[in-house]
Design a protein around this ligand. Structure first.
Ligand code: ATP
Ligand code: MG
Ligand code: FE
Length: 335
């Protein structure tokens, strides 16, 4: 089974060819970070325009690297949502056009399902499992009883983890996207500043990061007013310690309650070194639970993950037709 994946939900134009659901034949990502950097975040209109310019080039490159032509593609998997509507539309329309003109079946994929299936490019999934999804727009614990079945057992009530990283980075005058910069600073500093942890209700798997973000901003503001200088390395380390503490603690509690066999780390913030290490240490003590962490290039947005999810969904009979439309608010439990 050869699947072409297409991903344009945010600021990466990506195409990839996957064989039998797990073998990457090509994985091409055209990042727009440089264009959005000077605005401090993703500008939707700019993103759409870049996708239009890049999409054909990226798809052709993915096919060329895989050494295949469209006649050898069995299915096209495309991100239907969630994401920026103008960005999603470019990928969806490219996928539909290629599917129609070449008579190739089409499969619609949820972007976060893609992030989760990035793990299957590393290791076969063992059910039941839980994925800790931490990305620019999402922070959630997703329970899977089997392939293609997603149950959200907890999610953020305000900011996503990546969003909090990017906002805190902005306060510290670090470039966009701020996650990797905070991660680097955090390793040079010490978590000496007392910052809150939002545990919420005792039995809740939900998250909240806006209070933490405000606490970081207030800490800087108060220090400024008093003429005290705060070491941004220590502040980054303290912020990161709070985020990781909550993420790891809630994941472990969910793993025990739902008696899962495997834990998958997914989304752009999965690239965080501190989080990766903390999870590895925690699960070293739980040898019955298999922890999977994808390499960095499969954590951030890419199309290999969309093709990986699409391969499994296609084999289970999922098909889309030419009425497929971009859905910026797509729900992972029903797509
Ligand atoms: P979503 O997947 O929710 O639609 P997105 O696709 O924009 O959102 P991703 O590409 O999955 O998000 O992840 C991007 C986010 O990951 C950014 O917020 C970025 O700062 C964060 N990130 C990347 N590397 C790191 C890191 N090392 N530490 C912390 N955060 C990181
Ligand atoms: Mg991105
Ligand atoms: Fe993403």
């Amino acid at each position: 089974l050869i699947v072409l994946g297409i991903e344009t939900s945010c600021d990466e134009t990506a195409a990839s060819v996957i064989k039998n659901g797990t073998i990457i034949l090509s994985n091409v990502v055209a990042s727009q970070i440089e264009s959005h950097k000077r605005f401090g975040g993703v500008v939707p209109e700019l993103a759409s325009r870049h996708h239009v310019e890049q999409i054909t080039i990226v798809i052709e490159e993915a096919l060329k690297e895989a050494g295949l032509t469209l006649s050898e593609i069995d299915a096209i998997a495309v991100t239907e949502g969630p994401g920026l509507v103008g960005a999603l539309l470019v990928g969806v329309n490219a996928a539909k056009a290629i599917a129609y003109t070449n008579n190739i079946p089409l499969v619609n994929v949820h972007h976060i399902a893609g992030h989760i299936y990035a793990n299957r490019l590393i290791k076969e999934m063992t059910f039941p499992l839980i994925s800790l999804v931490v990305s620019g727009g999402h922070t959630e614990l997703v329970y899977m009883r089997e392939h293609g079945e997603f149950t959200v057992i907890g999610e953020t009530r305000d900011d996503a983890a990546g969003e909090a990283y990017d906002k805190v980075a902005r306060t510290l005058n670090l470039p966009y996207p701020g996650g990797p910069h905070i991660d680097r600073l955090a390793h040079e500093g010490k978590p000496t500043i007392d910052l809150p942890r939002a545990w919420l209700e005792e039995d809740s798997y939900d998250f909240s990061f806006s209070g933490l973000k405000s606490a970081v901003i207030n800490t800087l503001h108060n220090a400024n007013q008093k003429g005290i200088t705060i070491d941004s390395k220590d502040l980054a380390a303290s912020f990161q310690a709070s985020v990781i503490d909550v993420l790891v603690t809630k994941t472990i509690r969910a793993v025990k309650e739902y008696k899962v066999k495997q834990v998958l780390l997914s989304g752009g913030v999965a690239a965080n070194k501190g989080l990766r290490t903390a999870l590895e240490e925690a699960f070293n003590e739980m040898p019955d639970v298999d922890l999977v962490i994808p390499p960095l290039n499969l954590c951030t947005d890419n199309a290999a993950m969309i093709a990986a999810a699409g391969s499994v969904l296609f084999e289970r009979g999922k098909r889309s037709d030419l009425s497929l439309n971009a859905n910026p608010g797509l729900d992972i439990e029903h797509f």
